[in-house]
Design a protein around this ligand. Structure first.
Ligand code: TTP
Ligand code: MG
Length: 421
């Protein structure tokens, strides 16, 4: 190692004087590294996410093996680390999991609950940096470049505080990887799960990656893996020995990426979904349409598509715009600002119908489009004071229940009457 080692206590966030125990709280959980103050890219993944949420809501489950899954497909969606010790894994048939861990408590997934907790976790990410790239419900990249000016704290210190806050408020744990790019940060976060915090600095990155299998490189899927392995290349170190031009000749543009990654170089930026200005969907008709009910049906399909993208990206929209192209090719638009930001198809649809109603006398139309904009990464209320009126609650509950079923059985399994001909 080079430079001076920095120590941060992971239990009280103090800059410790001692690398073995915190001088303030005596905790042995000391984060230490000589590049701790200069690394900006973090990857965060919640530990056994669905199972941890279940445990956080039912203290009786805390020391028990918990499996989330079951249902028609009968597989393990995820399980806690106690069940993992017994060999239970995601995607394993439940009957097999029960054989390995007969005492396991099996819980059916509650997607809307996990989604809400995920929203709270992401709102905490967004308080630290605007550059948050959502990868999954429980996983994101965070870019802390430039945040020192805002917080007067190094990313490592902010991240230690974040992990403690999430544990205290939500009763779940996260694992953190901190490095100079996405590839290394992601490897780091998986290194000492659960409740891990791994730092990969410039000085040790080659040592860290050299023995890893090439499948750890982002973009190396099963078929590319086979192709690379044909040349007796299995580890990242094997790959690093290959000439750049040979890699480019064999793998095109991705050859350059492979050359870079094998040296721990990753040029990908962090892409926050909320930097998108708008999410739009539109349909051009074969024949012009004047019929209000027909147009409403199409609006519902568009609202569902837009809503799906919002939900996938964990974002809420404050504004909606209806676009109509008239018979004479002139485009008419009208917008509405929601009182409460939304990602629900039902809310988007109902508002779009009102907008359409105001413009229906301009029919026939050749095209209809829906666009949402002014995004927020959260719903503006905290989880605890989250109170919708009972009708809105019912809409939200129903929609998330439908999403959950579609996630499991495919989109076609449930269709609203209004979308059918
Ligand atoms: P993961 O982050 O892959 O898994 P995890 O959080 O349960 O465990 P860990 O990160 O500690 O290894 O996935 C996040 C959630 O996504 C998980 O809790 C359940 C869900 N999930 C599925 O629905 N299907 C799957 O195949 C997997 C792996 C996860
Ligand atoms: Mg996870």
């Amino acid at each position: 190692m080079t430079g001076e080692e920095i120590f941060i206590c992971r239990d009280c966030t103090t800059y410790s004087r001692d690398k073995i125990k915190c001088h303030k709280c005596n905790s042995p959980r000391i984060l230490k590294h000589d590049e701790l103050l200069s690394l900006n890219i973090a990857h965060i993944d919640c530990d056994a996410f669905y199972a941890s949420v279940e445990k956080s809501l039912n203290p009786k489950l805390i020391n028990k093996p918990v499996i989330v899954g079951g249902g028609k497909r009968g597989v393990v969606t995820t399980c806690c680390y106690i069940a993992r010790i017994k060999g239970v894994k995601s995607a394993m048939p439940i009957f097999k999991a029960k054989r390995l861990c007969p005492e396991a408590i099996i819980i059916h997934p509650k997607m809307s609950l996990y989604k809400r907790i995920s929203n709270i976790v992401f709102s905490k990410f967004n308080q630290l940096t605007p550059l948050v790239e959502t990868i999954a419900f429980d996983e994101a990249y965070l870019d802390f470049s430039g945040t020192y000016q805002l917080h007067k704290k190094a990313p490592a210190e902010l991240l230690v505080g974040l992990a403690l806050e999430i544990e205290k408020q939500l009763g779940i744990t996260i694992s953190i990887g901190l490095s100079e790019n996405k590839f290394l940060a992601k490897l780091a976060s998986s290194f000492e799960k659960p409740r891990g915090f791994t730092v990969i600095g410039k000085s040790e990155k080659l040592e860290f990656i050299k023995d890893l299998h090439i499948k750890n490189i982002p973009g190396v899927g099963p078929s590319l893996k086979k192709k690379i392995e044909k040349n007796s290349i299995t580890t990242i170190d094997d790959l690093r020995k290959l000439d750049k031009n040979i890699l480019i000749k064999s793998f095109g543009n991705f050859g350059k990426t492979l050359w870079n990654m094998s040296r721990g170089i990753d040029e990908r930026n962090i892409n926050p979904a909320s930097s998108r200005k708008s999410i739009s969907k539109e349909t051009t008709f074969e024949y012009n349409i004047s019929d209000f009910n027909k147009l409403k049906k199409i609006l519902w399909l568009l609202a569902e598509e837009v809503s799906e993208i919002l939900k996938e990206n964990n974002i809420y929209s404050k504004s909606i715009t209806l676009k109509l192209k008239r018979n004479n090719f002139k485009i008419v638009t009208c917008s509405f600002t929601f009182l409460e930001p939304t990602c629900l198809a039902e809310n988007i649809y109902q508002t779009a119908v009102l907008l359409l109603k105001n413009k229906i006398e301009m029919a026939p139309f050749r095209l209809i489009g829906l666009s949402t904009s002014k995004f927020l990464a959260e719903k503006q209320q905290s989880f605890t004071n989250f109170k919708l009126d009972s009708k809105s609650q019912k809409i939200e509950k129903t929609e998330y229940a439908v999403d959950k079923i579609r996630l499991k059985f495919g989109k076609e399994i449930i269709k609203k009457g209004r979308s059918l001909n």
